[in-house]
Ligand binder design. Structure first.
Ligand SMILES: NC(=O)C1=CN([C@@H]2O[C@H](COP(=O)(O)OP(=O)(O)OC[C@H]3O[C@@H](n4cnc5c(N)ncnc54)[C@H](O)[C@@H]3O)[C@@H](O)[C@H]2O)C=CC1
Ligand SMILES: C[N+](C)(C)CC(=O)CC(=O)[O-]
Length: 486
């Protein structure tokens, strides 16, 4: 049975949490008195379904079920984890915690609060030890960071369990050791926002110019190296000390307004809202969300390739799920093995408006690479000097894959021996095959540059699969060559 999370407050952030839990296989019960909550969450969920799976290199678990509860007590019934995401008002959050704890004592309650300290959230609670800050970042279903802030009253076991749950849904829990208003990340965001407000108010830059200054330059740097690592590099060979000596004094020059905040007069609000409308008003919010999401996917995938920063979290999440998915001894008895799930992304579409041909080969190697990992011919094996090389590939295009389609790669072993592996891959959209691919792979000694028998532990996994697949019907297309008549 799927595990259950309760989401209290289903706005921008609650909707993102619901999507992240659901797509990672959890059942989710939402309570939000807003009559529009169901519609809003459905829209966030649609965006999440179109983006999150594209970060994963192994099949996503079956989506959990979503329900809307009539009150908090019903929502938290049987929940293993509760995430509070109601509006940012302390009195409201206190009332919500009281209701949760009346119905379910001891369950971990993470609060999405952007600024309140956990000790403030815990005031007057029946059980302060199970309330803590779990501050996420928008879009919650794509960005891994969640700031976990306990107070001295928080239970160690509760925080440990909560971090484990959050890791399971692919997040990066950053444990903040000392509680502080606005935690770590929002202090930066506020500081940058304050400076930006001054620049607009003083007529120095428009909202668009400020956004260009970020996204064309240092925003890209921060996304992959953060602040200190970026500055370390900027210190050149002389390093961080040199960087500090050179640029430290500037902090005391009048470069910044520091903590001075401009008054939110009607004039300033109109100025900023007007410039923002002129800059992006031709897009709806949902369109902007989709643009943001597909940019983030590309960026995160690049980081994943390099196993760097947020990309490392994605790899670790895949690895945890791979262990669960490819449980020991799985041979694919009675059916081809489901090896990969993919999503057709904007950059995969060609001038004919469907998935471009090179992506069929990409989908094939995603599938066969996953199989190689399953049988132990993984990156460690390759580092040891042995690998499988593809000797021949025949792709048959059977249907058109379109933008946003979810594709599944399955693999059937037609034949295998010490050195050879003959496989049949299907790229499926739902039940329909959009392509079938026949491949022969050879096991090689990479240093010698010639074929050789695979290691016994690899054969120990490959041959039982080949044996199990002997009972499967041989695909009609197996053995066909290009242009051949039936
Ligand atoms: N929007 C953002 O960028 C971020 C917001 N947060 C935090 O997340 C929390 C929620 O913020 P948003 O989602 O942006 O606000 P929002 O206004 O989009 O959603 C708040 C939701 O709470 C619901 N609500 C109000 N009273 C309720 C009650 N008694 N029980 C259940 N639901 C109730 C409202 O109907 C609304 O749907 C806040 O604490 C905020 O600081 C955290 C990270 C980012
Ligand atoms: C604006 N905000 C303070 C609510 C932002 C956050 O808390 C985090 C984010 O997603 O930027």
């Amino acid at each position: 049975m799927a595990r259950k999370a309760a989401i209290i407050g289903g706005g921008v952030i609650g909707g993102g949490w619901a999507a992240r839990f659901l797509l990672n296989g959890w059942d989710v019960s939402v309570f939000d008195p807003d009559p529009e909550a169901e519609r809003k969450i459905a829209e966030v969920l649609a965006n999440a379904r179109a983006s999150l799976p594209a970060l994963s290199d192994i099949p996503m678990p079956a989506e959990g079920s979503l329900s809307f509860a009539k009150d908090i007590a019903k929502a938290v019934e049987g929940a293993e984890y509760v995430q509070e995401s109601v509006s940012e008002r302390l009195d409201l959050k206190h009332r919500v915690f009281a209701e949760i704890q009346k119905a379910s004592r001891g369950v971990p309650i993470g609060s999405s609060t952007s600024g309140f300290k956990p000790s403030e959230l815990q005031e007057g609670a029946a059980d302060p030890s199970s309330i803590f800050v779990a501050h996420p970042f928008n879009p919650v279903y794509l960005l891994p960071l969640v700031e976990i802030v306990p107070s001295s009253k928080s239970g160690e076991q509760c925080i440990g369990n909560a971090k484990e749950v959050l890791r399971e849904i692919g997040m990066f829990p950053l444990h903040i050791r000392k509680e502080i208003d606005a935690h770590i990340a929002d202090r930066f965001l506020e500081a940058v926002w304050r400076e930006a407000l001054w620049l607009v108010k003083d007529g120095i830059a428009t909202t668009e110019e400020i956004d260009e200054a970020i996204r064309m330059g240092f925003g890209l740097r921060w996304g992959q190296m953060g602040l200190f690592e970026t500055y370390r590099v900027a210190g050149g060979e002389a390093g961080m000390k040199h960087f500090m000596a050179q640029f430290g004094p500037a902090l005391k020059w009048p470069w910044t307004k520091l903590t001075d905040v401009p008054d939110f007069t009607e004039e300033l609000v109109d100025l900023i809202a007007g410039q923002s409308d002129a800059q992006s008003g031709n897009y709806t919010i949902r369109e902007l969300e989709r643009i943001r999401d597909s940019n983030l996917i590309g960026f995160l995938r690049a980081l994943k390739e390099r196993n760097w920063g947020a990309g490392r979290v994605l790899r670790e999440h895949d690895e945890r799920r791979r262990v669960a998915f490819h449980d020991e001894g799985r041979t694919g008895e009675g059916a081809p093995l489901v090896m990969a799930q993919m999503q057709v992304l904007p950059g995969w579409i060609d001038y004919n408006g469907h998935m471009t041909e090179s992506r069929y080969l990409f989908a094939t190697s995603e599938t066969s690479d996953a199989f190689l990992r399953l049988i132990g011919a993984d990156l460690d094996y390759v580092a040891g000097g042995h690998s499988y090389y593809t000797a021949e590939t025949h792709i048959m295009h059977l249907g058109e894959a379109r933008l946003g389609d979810r594709l599944t790669g399955t693999l059937q072993v037609l034949y295998a021996d010490e050195k050879r592996m003959h496989v049949f891959i299907r790229i499926l959209r739902g039940e329909e095959a959009v392509a079938s691919v026949e491949q022969i792979l050879l096991h090689v000694d990479m240093k010698a540059g010639k074929t050789c028998p695979a290691a016994p532990e690899v054969l120990g996994r490959l041959l039982p699969v080949a044996e199990a697949h002997k009972s499967l019907p041989r695909p009609d297309a197996a053995g066909r060559h290009v242009g051949q008549r039936k």
